[in-house]
Design a protein around this ligand. Structure first.
Ligand code: T3D
Length: 258
C-alpha cells in the first residue's frame, strides 16, 4: 500500500508531501495523525532546518476525505480535536519554519493548511477555496482565525459564504501567499526558497516565530515584554556573535556551522 505521506530530505529541507493524488490529497484520520507525527519528528531532528508541506499530483489538499470519514463514531468536535487541530497547532508551534507549498487546489481544511504555513508559496495553478459552506459546514482547522487576520472580516465572510475560488494572482493580491511560481518550476523554486530560509539563523527564527505567534493574541505591552525576554535568548546564542563578527569582517555570516 502506498504511504499517505512522502518524506524527502535535501540540504536541510524536509519535504512532506501528501500522497493521495487520486482524490486531490483529501485527508483521512490516519493521514492527519501521520502528518502531525512527521512534523514532530522533523522538529526533533537537528539535520532539518526548514519543513515544506506540499501535495502530490494536481492537488495540494482537498480537506477532509469525504469518502473516508474515518472519525466514524466520533462527533465532529472530537474528530477535530483528535485530528485537524493537533496538526494546525503543531505547524504553528514548530520550532522551525514551515512552508505551505500550494501546488494545486487547497479546499476546506486544505485551505486552512495552506494558511497555517509560516510562509505560503503558491504555484500558478493553485486554487484556494473555503469550500465548507458547499456542504453546509463551517470553516475549521484555523480558517476562521487565519483568514480574517489576512483579509479582514468582510472579505473572509464573503469567501466563506460563497465558497468562491481564489486563483493565484488574486491570492497574491489578497496576501494569502508570499509568492507565486510557475507550475513547471514550482518544486525547484520552493526548494531554492527553502534553502535560503535554511541558511538563516535557526535560533533567531525560532524565537521570531514564537514572538509573532504570541503577538497575534496579545497587547503591545505583552509584545514589548516578550521581545525583551526572547532577545536575551537570541543575544546569548552563538548565532548573534557570528552575525556581528561577519558584519565587521565584511563577509557573509555562516549560520549553519555547528
Ligand atoms: O470533523 C470533520 O470531519 C469536519 C471536518 C471538515 C474539514 C473539511 O475539510 S470539510 C470540506 C471537505 N472538502 C470538500 O468538501 C471538497 C470537495 N471537493 C471539491 O469541492 C472539489 O473536488 C475541488 C473544488 C476540491 C476540486 O474540484 P475539481 O473539479 O478540480 O476536481 P474534482 O473532479 O471535483 O475531484 C477530483 C477527484 O478528487 C474526484 O474523484 P474522481 O471522481 O476522479 O474519482 C473527487 O471525488 C476527488 N475528491 C476531491 N475532493 C475530495 C475528493 N474525494 C474525497 N474527499 C474530498 N474532499
Amino acid at each position: 500500500e502506498q504511504p499517505n505521506i512522502l518524506v524527502k530530505d535535501q540540504a536541510g529541507v524536509r519535504t512532506l508531501s501528501i500522497n493521495r493524488a487520486d482524490r486531490l490529497n483529501a485527508v483521512n484520520a490516519a493521514t492527519l495523525l501521520e502528518l502531525t507525527a512527521e512534523l514532530q519528528q522533523a522538529d526533533a531532528d537537528p539535520s532539518v532546518r526548514v519543513v515544506v508541506l506540499t501535495g502530490e499530483g494536481r492537488g495540494f489538499c482537498a480537506g477532509q476525505d469525504l469518502g473516508d470519514v474515518s472519525g466514524q463514531g466520533l462527533s465532529f468536535t472530537e474528530h477535530l480535536h483528535q485530528t485537524f487541530n493537533p496538526l494546525i497547532r503543531t505547524m504553528r508551534g514548530l520550532n522551525k519554519p514551515v512552508i505551505s507549498a500550494v501546488n494545486g487546489v487547497a479546499a476546506g481544511a486544505g485551505a486552512s493548511l495552506a494558511l497555517a504555513g509560516d510562509i505560503r508559496l503558491w504555484a500558478t495553478s493553485a486554487v484556494f477555496v473555503e469550500v465548507f459552506s458547499n456542504i453546509a459546514l463551517i470553516p475549521d482547522s484555523g480558517s476562521t482565525w487565519f483568514l480574517p487576520r489576512l483579509v479582514g472580516f468582510n472579505r473572509a465572510f464573503e469567501l466563506m459564504a460563497l465558497a468562491d475560488k481564489v486563483k493565484a494572482d488574486e491570492g497574491l493580491r489578497l496576501g494569502l501567499c508570499e509568492a507565486v511560481y510557475p507550475d513547471e518550476t514550482f518544486r525547484a523554486d520552493v526548494q531554492a526558497y527553502a534553502e535560503r530560509l535554511a541558511a538563516r539563523p535557526a535560533n533567531a527564527l525560532k524565537l521570531t516565530k514564537q514572538a509573532l505567534n504570541a503577538g497575534l493574541n496579545g497587547t503591545l505591552d505583552d509584545a514589548l515584554n516578550l521581545e525583551a525576554d526572547l532577545q536575551q535568548l537570541a543575544g546569548d546564542h552563538w548565532e548573534h556573535l557570528e552575525g556581528v563578527t561577519a558584519f565587521k569582517e565584511k563577509r557573509p555570516a555562516n549560520f549553519t556551522k555547528k
